[in-house]
Structure formats: C-alpha cells, structure tokens
Write a protein that binds this ligand. Structure first.
Ligand SMILES: C[S@@+](CC[C@H](N)C(=O)[O-])C[C@H]1O[C@@H](n2cnc3c(N)ncnc32)[C@H](O)[C@@H]1O
Length: 375
C-alpha cells in the first residue's frame, strides 16, 4: 500500500483503512466529544513542553520515559501488597532485565493503546521497536506524538534516578532514523479497537494509566488480547482497590454536576491546571473566604466549604486535579480479579506484577511464548 509519509508499507495493522480518515497525518476513526477532557489536557501540556524545553525538570517524573517503560515491562520494584500466586516480581532493574526488555522490543510491532502524549511510544522507538502505533481517543495525543517524533523535537532525559546513571545505548530519539514511517498515529475509541486493527497484529501492547478510565475493563483487556500476536506481551497497569481517596470521590460527586468549561476555569483560577499554573488568580483558601469576586463559582464554593468541615483545605486543594475530577471512570480494581480474568478467560499467562507507586502493574504473555522464562 502507498501513502504520503508511510511510503511502501505492507505491515499496516489496520483492518480496513477505508474506514479511517486521514487528518494532518493522523488516522482517525469516529472522533467524539467524550475525549474533550484529554484533548484539553494534552493541548496545554504539549504547548507547555514546546514552550519550555525544561519541561522534564519542571515536572520531574523521577525517572525518564525509557526507564518508566522498562519498569512497566519488567514489573520493576513491585512489592506484593496484593500478592498473586502466578505473578513473579522483579525487584531490581539490572542490566539483564534491561537487555531482556530490549530483546522483546527489538524490531517488534508495538501498540501504545491510550498513548496520551506518547511517552511510551517514544521510549519504545528508542528501545528499538520497528513500528509503533500510537493510539488514543484524542486527536491531540497521537498528533503531537507524531509531530514531535518526526521533528525529533523531544529532549533526551538524563536518567539520574537515585544518583545512579543509566546508559540505554541508542535510547535518544534524536539519533534514530526513518521515524516518519515507524510511528503510526491513530485516533479511535478503545471500545471499538477491534474494528480498527486486525487480530494478532502486535508483538507488544502497552496500556499504561488507562484501564481504570475505560467503561468496561474486561472488554478492554479482552479486545487487547485479540490484537496480541501469538508470542505477544501485554503490559498494563491500573489502580488497585483502595487507591482513590474518599475525598477525591466526594469531589467527583461535586464536579460531575459542573461542566468541563466551568471546572477548567475554576481550576485555572486557583492555579491547578498543569502547564497553566502561572494563570492563577488566587489561592483556594482566598476564594473560599472571598466568594463575592467569584460569583460564577458560587455553587462550587458552597460545596467545597462544606468539605472544609471534614478535611484540611490544603488537602482539598491537592485533590482538585482536572483528570481526577472529570475523567468519566476512575476505577479501583482487584489485582486478584484482574489476574484471574486474564488467565482464565483470556488464556494469557500473567508473568509479572505487583503494586508499585499506587499502581498495580501486570505483564502477561500469550500462550506458546517461547521466552517467557526470560522474565
Ligand atoms: C492518564 S492518560 C495515560 C496516557 C499514557 N498512556 C501515559 O501513561 O502517559 C489516559 C489516556 O487514556 C485515553 N483514553 C481514555 N479513555 C479512552 C477510550 N475510551 N479510548 C481511547 N483512549 C482513551 C485518554 O485520552 C488519555 O490519553
């Protein structure tokens, strides 16, 4: 098949390319307003990254994207708060683990399902993937992932975690070639992902920080398992039971009655929009004591005042995060249920996992995987 920037390509994983519209390079499948929240988040954060090359210093993730992907794929440093008998835990990210993960990615076809701004798409290419499909419900996510990879406009992240320096070899997007054709940006709803891609198309599927936001976690994992090739690896994470504080749930109850625009303005005024902190007009405590100035937020202010009777205002302020308030679903799942489901219903083998930084990480392989012992 021929097209403008992918050239002669025979390995596109699409089921029927005629169902997709190409817009600014992105393969689009039924875009919906349901992704407005993330469209905004990614547009602001992308702007901010472009404006400020020191983004990674401003929002330190602690570890760079490559290391984060290695951690996800290797279950690094997980501890068994919710042990599951079939899961093996790797305690340390040593060179052997790094080499194994690289071996699993090298020359492979990767699906970054719900890629956001694509940090794991970038890291997969840096670790040697042949082609990465950056899939998300938003247009902004895959679009900017593709633009920035194509333009090599992504700074290398020094990895100095815990004072230890890591050298991942070629893991620097600026050193890589043919990036135009190796990154395929796709917009679509994960609920319809099997209408978009052919079964058995991917060697590795990454599904990070997204399962808890999907309407039906079992359907999501089921569909991803169908897209996984016979020797495939599915790596995903989710919030285990008890992760989301009750205060966040109370705040979600308040903000589910408030539309996205007003929620956004409110958070911007109190300086709680990531990337737009400089647009703060006042602090939350000032707003709660001075509501005459903020009549459009009167309803929110009244409800938050009630919450201050039970929680310190600083804590309420910390929990007022756009995504937590407005994401349609914020599930906490039982690791046991998830592992049983992927093993018994999907016939995948959960090989690794555990709880790490409030997330449960699971790595599963499809049966007949010859190298699962390597993990
Ligand atoms: C918390 S972000 C995670 C982004 C990225 N995986 C990461 O770890 O940086 C969740 C992502 O899931 C996407 N998402 C949520 N529901 C979706 C759906 N039904 N279909 C496709 N993408 C969805 C959002 O657009 C958002 O980009």
């Amino acid at each position: 098949m021929k097209n403008d920037c992918w050239g002669e390509k025979t390995d596109l994983a699409f089921k029927n390319i005629a169902d997709l519209k190409r817009t600014k390079g992105v393969f689009m499948h039924c875009h919906s307003q349901k992704f407005d929240l993330y469209e905004r988040m990614w547009s602001v954060q992308n702007e901010d990254q472009l404006r400020n090359k020191l983004y990674y210093e401003k929002y330190p993730w602690g570890r760079g994207r490559v290391r984060k992907l290695l951690e996800l794929l290797s279950g690094y440093n997980c501890h068994t708060v919710h042990p599951h008998p079939t899961l093996r835990i790797i305690k340390e990210l040593d060179q052997a683990v790094v080499d194994t993960v690289r071996w699993h990615l090298n020359d492979k076809i990767v699906l970054d399902a719900c890629c956001g701004l694509g940090r794991f798409s970038v890291a997969s290419l840096e670790l040697g993937a042949k082609t990465v499909y950056s899939f998300d419900g938003t247009f902004e996510g895959p679009y900017w992932t593709y633009q920035r990879i194509k333009d090599k406009n992504i700074p290398n992240e020094p990895d100095v975690f815990a004072g230890q320096e890591w050298d991942y070899g070629q893991a620097d997007i600026r050193k890589l070639e043919n990036l135009d054709s190796r990154l395929v940006p796709v917009q679509g709803d994960i609920e319809n992902i099997c209408d978009i891609f052919k079964e058995n198309s991917f060697d590795v599927i990454i599904h990070s920080m997204a399962l808890m936001h999907t309407r039906d976690w079992k359907k999501t994992l089921h569909d991803l398992s169908l897209l996984l090739g016979h020797e495939g690896i599915l790596a995903f994470d989710f919030f285990p039971e008890g992760t989301t504080p009750s205060l966040t749930r109370d705040l979600r109850d308040i903000f589910k009655k408030i539309d996205l625009d007003l929620t956004y303005r409110f958070l911007q005024v109190i300086g709680n929009i990531k990337g737009h902190e400089d647009m703060r007009v006042c602090y939350l405590h000032e707003m709660l004591t001075n509501d005459d100035k903020f009549s459009e937020f009167k309803k929110i202010i009244n409800e938050l005042r009630t919450l201050t009777e039970m929680h310190p205002i600083g804590l309420i302020n910390d929990r007022l995060r756009l995504e937590d308030l407005k994401t349609p679903f914020l599930r906490n799942l039982s690791p046991e249920d998830v592992c049983n489901f992927i093993r018994d219903d999907l016939d995948l083998i959960p090989v690794l996992g555990g709880v790490f930084e409030h997330k449960c990480v699971v790595v599963a392989v499809s049966r007949q995987h010859p190298s699962q012992q390597n993990f």
